[in-house]
Design a protein around this ligand. Structure first.
Ligand SMILES: NC(=O)c1ccc[n+]([C@@H]2O[C@H](COP(=O)([O-])OP(=O)(O)OC[C@H]3O[C@@H](n4cnc5c(N)ncnc54)[C@H](O)[C@@H]3O)[C@@H](O)[C@H]2O)c1
Ligand SMILES: O=P(O)(O)OC[C@H](O)CO
Length: 440
C-alpha cells in the first residue's frame, strides 16, 4: 500500500518536475500528507498550489518555491500541549545561523512553537558594547555572523540558566571543547521531559572512552538528545543559499505520543526551510561520526592545497578519509549505518563541502603556506571561531592509541602527527601509502 502511494506521488510530480527522482518525489512530502481519509492527493496538491499562487500574487512574495513541505505537514499537525519553547545554546557562526533558521520557523508555526527563541551568548565586549546588547538592538551578530539580519523574535541572553528557563527543546551549538563546562552548569536545571539536539561536530573523550556528544548530553543531563549535521557551511546557510541537512533522533522510552512530544515531524518543522532541506532519520551515531571526522580529513586536504598538490591529491585524501570514517563507525559504533555515509547530507556531502571551503581546510592551507602552528593559524584567520579538526584529531589519536589501533587509521594518524608533532607535510603521501608488499 505504501509503495502504491509513493508511486502515485511520484507519477504526479513527474508531470510538474520531469527530472525528479522517485526518492526525491517521496522526500518532497511527509508520509502523513497522504492520509487515506483525505481527498485524493492530486486534488490536494492542485488546491495547495492554487492557494500558494494566490497567496504570492496577493502578497507580492518573491519566493518562487512552489512546494513547501513544512506547510503541508503543519496543516495536519494538531498539538495536544502548549507550544514547544526553544533555546539555542551558542551564538557562534553556526549557532547564530541555526538560531535564525529556528526563529524563522517558530514565527511561522506559532501554534506548534513559542515564537520567541532564546539564544545563549557567551558574552563579550565589542568596543564598549556587549555582544548580547548589539544582537538584541541591531539584530545582527556583528562578530560571528556579520551582515546577516536576524529575526526580531530571536532574543540573545547572556545568562545560561535564565536562557533555558521553560525550554522544551535545547539546541546545543557551541565549539565542542566548551560542552563539558556548559553541561556542568546545566546539571540539576533541566527537566527530564526536555529534549535536545546537538549541532556540534566532535567527540567527548573521557572515562567512558570515545563518546558521541549527543550521548554525552543524555548521560550528563538525563534528556534524550539527537543530532543535526550536514553539508552546511554556515555563511552559505545564513545567506539562504539552498542546502540540505540531516537530523537524527530516536524516540525515547518515555515518548509522550504524537502532538505531545518531540518526534521526527516536530524536528522537521523546527529546522526545515525552503533554503534548508531537512531529512530526518534515526541514525544519530552515523551522522555524528561523519560530522566529527570529516574535519580531520579537511585538515589533510588543507595541507594538500597549501602544498599546491592539486585536485587529484585532494580527491585521494577524501577517498581515503571516507574509508577511515566508515571503518571508525563500524569498529566503535556498530549501531551506525554504512548507508548514512553516502546517502545523507551528513555523510560524503559534508566531507566534500568541508574539504572545499571550510575553516579546517583554510587553517591547514595557511599552516602549509606560512609554517605556522594550527593554533596560530586558527587565531590569525578565524577571529574567535574554531576549526574543530584540530581538537578532534587529538581526541581520535588518543582513543586509537588507547586501543593500540593507530596503524589502522594512517590518514587520521598522519594529520595528528603533522599538527602536534611537527612531522613534515611532505611525508603525507608516504605515511598513507597502502603497501601490498609483504616483508620477507
Ligand atoms: N560554522 C559552520 O559552518 C558550522 C557548520 C556546521 C557545524 N558546525 C559545528 O557547530 C559547532 C559550533 O560552531 P560555531 O561555528 O557556531 O562556533 P564558532 O567556531 O563560531 O565559535 C565561536 C563561538 O564560541 C564561543 N565561545 C568562545 N569561548 C567560549 C567558552 N569558553 N565557552 C563557551 N563558548 C565560547 C564564542 O562566544 C562564539 O559564540 C562546532 O562544533 C562546529 O563544528 C559549524
Ligand atoms: O568550516 P568548518 O571546516 O568548520 O566546516 C563547517 C561545517 O561543518 C560544514 O558542514
Amino acid at each position: 500500500m505504501l509503495a502504491v502511494r509513493r508511486l502515485t506521488r511520484y507519477t504526479f510530480l513527474k508531470r510538474t518536475h520531469p527530472v525528479i527522482s522517485a526518492r526525491r518525489a517521496y522526500r518532497y512530502f511527509p508520509l502523513s500528507f497522504t492520509c487515506s481519509r483525505r481527498p485524493p492527493l492530486q486534488i490536494q496538491l492542485r488546491s495547495k498550489m492554487t492557494a500558494h499562487i494566490n497567496h504570492k500574487q496577493h502578497n507580492g512574495d518573491q519566493d518562487d518555491h512552489p512546494f513547501r513541505r513544512t506547510d503541508s505537514a503543519v496543516s495536519i499537525m494538531h498539538l495536544k500541549r502548549e507550544p514547544f519553547k526553544i533555546t539555542v545554546i551558542g551564538s557562534g557562526n553556526w549557532g547564530t545561523t541555526i538560531a535564525k533558521v529556528i526563529a524563522e520557523n517558530t514565527a511561522l508555526h506559532s501554534h506548534i512553537f513559542n515564537p520567541e527563541v532564546r539564544m545563549w551568548v557567551f558574552d563579550e565586549k565589542i568596543g564598549d558594547e556587549n555582544l548580547t546588547d548589539i544582537i538584541n538592538t541591531r539584530h545582527q551578530n556583528v562578530k560571528y555572523l556579520p551582515k546577516i539580519d536576524l529575526p526580531h523574535n530571536l532574543v540573545a541572553d547572556p545568562d545560561l540558566l535564565h536562557s533555558i528557563k521553560g525550554a522544551d527543546i535545547l539546541v546545543f551549538n557551541i565549539p565542542h571543547q566548551f560542552l563539558p563546562n556548559i553541561v556542568k552548569q546545566l546539571q540539576g536545571h533541566v527537566a527530564p521531559h526536555v529534549r535536545a539536539i546537538s549541532c556540534l561536530k566532535g567527540f567527548e573523550l573521557g572515562s567512558k572512552g570515545v563518546q558521541l556528544l549527543s550521548s554525552y548530553v543524555t548521560d550528563e543531563l538525563g534528556v534524550q538528545c539527537g543530532a543535526l549535521s550536514g553539508a552546511n557551511l554556515a555563511p552559505e546557510v545564513a545567506k539562504e543559499h539552498w542546502s540540505e541537512t540531516t537530523v537524527a533522533y530516536q524516540l525515547p522510552k518515555d515518548y509522550q505520543g504524537e502532538g505531545k512530544d518531540v518526534d521526527h515531524k516536530i524536528l522537521k518543522l523546527l529546522f526545515h526551510r525552503p533554503y534548508f532541506h531537512v531529512n530526518v532519520i534515526d541514525d544519530v551515531a552515523g551522522i555524528s561520526i561523519a560530522g566529527a571526522l570529516k574535519n580531520v580529513v579537511a585538515l589533510a586536504c588543507g595541507f594538500v592545497e597549501g602544498m599546491g598538490w592539486g585536485n587529484n591529491a585532494s580527491a585521494a585524501i577524501q577517498r581515503l578519509g571516507l574509508g577511515e570514517i566508515i571503518k571508525f563507525g563500524r569498529m566503535f559504533f556498530p549501531e551506525s549505518k554504512v548507508e548514512t555515509y553516502y546517502q545523507e547530507s551528513a555523510g560524503v556531502a559534508d566531507l566534500i563541502t568541508t574539504c572545499s571551503g571550510g575553516r579546517n581546510v583554510k587553517v591547514a592551507t595557511y599552516m602549509a603556506k606560512t609554517g605556522k602552528s594550527a593554533l596560530e593559524a586558527e587565531k590569525e584567520l578565524l577571529n574567535g571561531q574554531s576549526a574543530q579538526g584540530i581538537i578532534t584529531c587529538k581526541e581520535v589519536h588518543e582513543w586509537l592509541q588507547t586501543c593500540e589501533l593507530t596503524q589502522e587509521y594512517p590518514l587520521f594518524e598522519a594529520v595528528y602527527q603533522i599538527v602536534y608533532n611537527n612531522v613534515r607535510m611532505e611525508d603525507l603521501p608516504e605515511m598513507i601509502e597502502e603497501l601490498d608488499i609483504e616483508d620477507e
